[in-house]
Every structure is written in C-alpha cells, then in structure tokens.
Design a protein around this ligand. Sequence first.
Ligand code: AMP
Ligand code: ZN
Length: 306
Amino acid sequence: MAFMIKSGPLAWLCTHVRQPPMNFHVSQDGWRVNRKTVENYLYLVEREYVPNSYHNNIHAADVTQSAAIIMNSVKLHLDEIPKMEIFCIIMAAAVHDLGHLGVNNDFLINSKHPRATTYNDKSVNENYHISRAFEIARTTPSCDIFESFTFEEQKKCRKLMIDTVFATDMAIHFDLLKAFNEKIDAEPDVNKWEDRNLLYQMVVHLADIGNPARPFPLARGWAERVIQEFCEQGDKEASLGLAVSPFCNRENMNMPKAQQGFINVFLKPTLTTFHRVVPEFTGPALEYLDKTIAEWVKLEQSGFKM
Ligand code: AMP
Ligand code: ZN
C-alpha cells in the first residue's frame, strides 16, 4: 500500500501487468526479477517523466499497457516467449520517453541543446531515454532490475531494450515498416522467425502511435494533448527565432486534418501490416480507427480547427 501511495500510474501498472513478479528472485511462475527492485526502479523512472502536455508519465503508462495487450495477441502465434523477453518489452515501453522535454529531435538539434551535442544529432531523444534508463538501473542502489539475469541474458536484454526504444523514433518508421513487411513476405509464420527483435520493435512502436485506434473520446483526448505539445514547441521555436516546424504552428492548426494525415500516413499502414501476423489485436483496432477517421471528417466538415 505504501508503494501505491508514493508511486504514479506507470510504476503501479508495470508491477501489476498480468502475473506480478513475486518478492524473490525466482518466483514459482518463472519470473526471475525481484519485485521490490522493479518497484524502486519504476518509482525513479516515473519521477523523471516531465509533466509535458503529451510526453508524460500517463503516455508512458498508456504505451506500456498497450504493449502488454498487443503482446497477449502476439503470444497466440508463438509456441513460447521467454519471460525475460516479456519483461524487456514492458520495461522498454515504460522507459521509452523517459525525461522527454516536450520537443522533438529537430528542435533539440536546431536549438543546439546539450543532449544533441552529447548524441551527435542522432536519435537524440531516444538515445537519451534508453541511456538514462540503463544509467538509473546501473548506478542506483537497489535498482538493478537485471541483477538476476546471467551476463549473456543481460546483453540480450540490453540489446532488445535499446532496439525497441530506438524503434520509437519516427524518423525510422518507413524503414522499419518496410523491413517488417519484407520479413513477413519471406516467412509469414512469426513462430518460425529466429530473431524476434523486429517483431518486438513493431509491438512497442505500434503501442506508441496507436492512440487514434481507440474509442473516439480517448483518441480525441490524445490528439488534443499531442497537438497542444506541438504548438508549445512552435511557440518556443518562434521565441528563439527558429523556423516553426510543420504541424507546430497554432495560427494555422487544423486538428481534424492533421489527425487524418497522421492516421493515413503512419498508423493505418502500420496496423494493416501488423494485421498480417496478429489479426486478433489489429481487427478491432482497425474498426475503431475507421470510426475515429469518420469523426475527424465530420469535425473537419463542421469547420472545427482546434
Ligand atoms: P514518441 O515521441 O516516442 O511518443 O513517438 C511517437 C510520435 O508519434 C510522437 O512524438 C508524435 O510525433 C507522433 N504521434 C503519436 N500520436 C499522434 C497523434 N495522435 N497525432 C499526431 N502525432 C502523433
Ligand atoms: Zn512515446
């Protein structure tokens, strides 16, 4: 109970996803993690989420829950998923926007932010999120969530988490989708894939961008928050004398149009591709998405802008 009071929704959710790990290193159901260590870790992770309009701890909790739901459908197509892999995916989703400053990579680069200097302008946000996530685990007493894994497992886990967090960089979206389509073309049965990292990258990426595939009141709430944050970035760009980025100008914002663009360019093709391997999740999601599109079309026709 004390834990529930001090922690936020992200930390609470992560330790209550399906069978919670027990309080010893090897639980009866095979989890090799120490629940208290995971709680300590997530408490610190959640504290480092900034209260931005969109990239905050609620977004992290939402993506974590979505990733867990998608994984439940993925499981139906695989003989077995090692618990360590499930753990890594849940943790990657939880940390995937850790310390986000509410501005995108272009802003960090153009404003010469210290993080852009540190990461040489390469996936600056994602580099920061995952680097800081491992730093917390490795340098804070009683927070090493990987301590029960062997050296080789730790290496695998680290690679999987780094790969999945990097997959949330929208700059690689089209390459990722192309690689995923090609892999399905070559072998439609995911159970036969030897390397599942690409599948897991897609799970977290889809969880990250899937908010419009919700009942419309929820989809609209996420759209309002993300567009609010884009406009705040636009305001910062203007005040710094930088060019205002596309979709960040509140003067000419058209939310219904922007949402339809995002859905048609990014989300629908991702869901449609994923439908080839996990139709249990994507079937209902695509139905909700069509309803969301219809609502935005109605709002656009009514002249609503933002
Ligand atoms: P991340 O920054 O890791 O959350 O990456 C996902 C990106 O997808 C966000 O930064 C947004 O740019 C974009 N995104 C997610 N949901 C929406 C949405 N409903 N409308 C527009 N862009 C979105
Ligand atoms: Zn995100």
